[in-house]
Design a protein around this ligand. Structure first.
Ligand SMILES: C[S@@+](CC[C@H](N)C(=O)[O-])C[C@H]1O[C@@H](n2cnc3c(N)ncnc32)[C@H](O)[C@@H]1O
Length: 633
């Protein structure tokens, strides 16, 4: 069966699977054509079917070609007039021959339909159709403060754009390809532009001055609110690096990086994804302050290792079900053309105009998305099992972060809409022995940075145990559901705010409990010795000194014996230019994984590097540059 017959059968046939168009297609065991192709054809043809119905009826195609059913006529006309590659059938295939015979007539009816809609070009008509049916989602652009400023971008990349006050004006169908933008009122340095404008070819995008990143995905680093006094910051699950680079931008603005006080320690378990992370970090200009641990499982790190003694804050964005980013499946109505036969009878292959769109009955979410964006349709039971496994992994990451000796802030986020991965993980973490022992509590709404405090969509009260009340969000063992729910931040797809589905919460503690080394922090400004400006004092080796002991937090001499990985963004050694190899221009030389190379051929993992190995890495590194396709959202 051809792609067109299979798609027509899905579009018109009775649904045995129920649920959305996507789950019906991906759940069908009988399809011979690739499900993605069937879905794209069904969805796109539905979007265009109101226009194509006119084209087919006015060209009298159905009267002339009796073998083409009304459903097939829409699918074929769509590909003939709108698909880049035309009809996906061999040139001699009967269906292709039947439709291509009428190309000139169909084309001229299409032009008439376009003019009736007052669209001067096909692209203008496409923009109108996309705006009607495309996701109501602006293009979110984060100006990377490591490389540029909002003002600079308004004068260059966005020159000629009209600044409008609300994101709904940017998302309005009439704005689809208009030069309008909105400066976000919650997240600093964030701009919303219409989805129809492609920024990936702009110099700003290519140089890393702007990064395409959904607004909700900017919440974790912003809510974590890292400051110079927090010391080193861990990003536990980093690739592709949107939040890692956002952390760097925030720290840069606060002067922590300029003073060389802080590093970002970025973990990524998957080595391939760590390569993407390294590219993104380099392109965003934050490579000098970011130490990437490629292939490293954050859960296997030992928080008591001297390398982590200066870690004051952690950002946790672990793998999740991805239900917040599942593509919209709000399938448009499929308009069928009507053909009047010789006897004046209406000919129709499915009994009149049929809506593809199922009633929006509550249906269990059945699609999950992995870290690489691959979608899987699951039964409700399988979904529940998957969510439980994810939730226990997410909780493990959170509880591990709670044990870092000097950590006082931890953000936890997912792009999932399921309470099981969100509020319930937060509650379980607050109830955990380590949270109680070390005084971890939720960062209450009133304590959050302005933009997050003012963001109106909060956690699910029922999922937090219901009820309302004052009090606090943990810490001394008292967990008040209303406080926890208000402390949690949610983002909902399709609520008119133009964001993806997302969840974030931040945990804090005062750092004086549990004999964790902070007892020397009597003045409340953290565990390290500071200069008159309040900056952490580091020795020539870049290591801070603890107030409590007067000793450096890392005993470098002892490290090698202990087999500890020593990795610094920047540092000094005997000859004053740091421990890493540098090129003729003084730039740090990095391996294929983005890690700086230690001098004397010593790799950060402590092994001696052979010459041939190092050449291979360089070659690989060059190839990677070629593959760099820009930032992902
Ligand atoms: C949701 S993605 C992170 C997205 C990233 N924070 C960003 O904003 O670009 C989760 C990442 O965590 C990684 N990961 C999962 N488990 C991990 C672990 N135990 N240790 C380190 N990385 C892990 C996955 O490979 C994946 O790349």
């Amino acid at each position: 069966m051809s792609l067109y017959h299979e798609t027509a059968a899905i579009v018109t046939g009775p649904s045995t699977h129920g649920g959305s168009l996507k789950s019906r297609i991906y759940g069908s065991k009988d399809l011979k054509s690739p499900p993605a192709q069937v879905y794209a054809l069904a969805f796109e043809s539905s979007k265009w079917s109101a226009v194509l119905k006119e084209v087919v009826e006015n060209s009298q195609l159905l009267q002339k070609e009796r073998k083409i059913t009304p459903t097939l006529s829409i699918l074929l006309t769509h590909d003939l007039l709108l698909a880049k590659k035309g009809i996906a059938l061999p040139a001699s295939h009967g269906l292709r021959v039947s439709i291509e015979k009428h190309k000139a007539r169909l084309q001229s009816e299409f032009t008439r339909a376009r003019i009736r809609r007052k669209c001067p070009t096909v692209n203008a008509l496409k923009a109108v159709i996309d705006a009607q049916f495309g996701p109501a989602h602006p293009r979110w652009i984060r100006v990377n403060s490591l490389k540029s400023t909002v003002d600079e971008q308004l004068d260059t990349t966005f020159k000629g754009f009209e600044v409008v006050p609300t994101v709904s004006e940017v998302m309005a169908p009439t704005s689809a390809s208009k030069k309008v933008l909105c400066l976000d009122s919650h997240v600093p340095n964030l701009i919303a532009a219409p989805p129809g404008i492609d920024f990936t070819k702009t110099p700003a995008y290519q140089s890393g001055a702007i990064i395409l990143q959904d607004k909700a995905s900017c919440f974790p680093a912003y809510l974590l609110d890292p400051r110079p006094e927090d010391g080193d910051i861990v990003d536990a699950c980093s690739a592709p690096g949107n939040k890692t680079t956002h952390l760097a931008a925030i720290l840069h603005e606060r002067g922590g990086l300029a003073a060389g006080q802080q590093r970002i320690l970025a973990f990524e378990k998957d080595r391939n994804r760590a390569k993407t992370l390294a590219k993104m970090v380099r392109a965003a200009g934050s490579d000098k302050v970011t130490v990437i641990h490629p292939g490293a499982d954050f859960l296997k790190t030992d928080p008591d290792t001297p390398e982590f003694r200066a870690v004051g804050a952690l950002l946790l964005d672990p793998s999740c079900s991805g239900s917040g980013i599942v593509g919209r499946d709000d399938t448009p109505e499929f308009h069928l053309p009507v053909s009047v036969g010789a006897a004046g009878k209406v000919v129709n292959d499915s009994g009149g105009s049929k809506a593809l769109k199922r009633k929006r009955a509550p249906e269990p979410p059945t699609v999950v998305v992995d870290d690489d964006g691959a979608e899987t349709v699951l039964t409700e039971k399988a979904l529940q099992t998957r969510l439980e496994a994810l939730a226990s992994f997410q909780l493990a990451i959170l509880l591990h972060a709670f044990t870092f000796p000097h950590a006082t802030r931890v953000s936890y986020s997912t792009c999932s809409t399921h309470a099981l991965e969100n509020e319930q993980v937060v509650l379980a973490a607050l109830r955990s022995p380590v949270a109680r022992r070390r005084g971890w509590r939720i960062l209450e709404r009133r304590e959050q940075v302005r933009g997050m405090r003012e963001w109106p969509v909060r956690g699910d009260l029922d999922a937090c145990g219901g009820g309302k009340g004052g009090g606090n969000g943990g810490g001394d063992g008292v967990i008040v559901p209303g406080v926890v729910a208000e402390g949690c931040v949610r983002a909902e797809r399709e609520d008119g705010r133009g964001v993806m589905g997302f969840f974030v919460a931040c945990f804090v503690r005062d750092g004086s409990k549990d004999g964790d080394g902070n007892e020397g922090d009597k003045d409340g400004d953290g565990p390290f010795v500071r200069d008159a400006q309040g900056r952490i004092v580091r020795g020539p080796d870049g290591i801070p000194t603890l107030k409590s002991t007067g000793q450096k937090v890392v005993d470098l001499e002892g490290l090698e014996e202990e087999g500890v990985e020593v990795r610094f963004g920047e540092g000094d050694d005997g000859d004053g230019d740091g421990p890493f190899e540098r090129d003729a221009d003084g730039r740090i030389v990095r391996g294929a994984d983005g890690m700086p190379r230690l001098k004397a051929g010593r790799r950060p993992d402590g092994e001696i590097e052979s010459e041939s190995e190092s050449e291979e890495e360089e070659e690989e590194d060059e190839n990677e540059e070629d593959e760099w396709g820009g930032f992902d959202e």
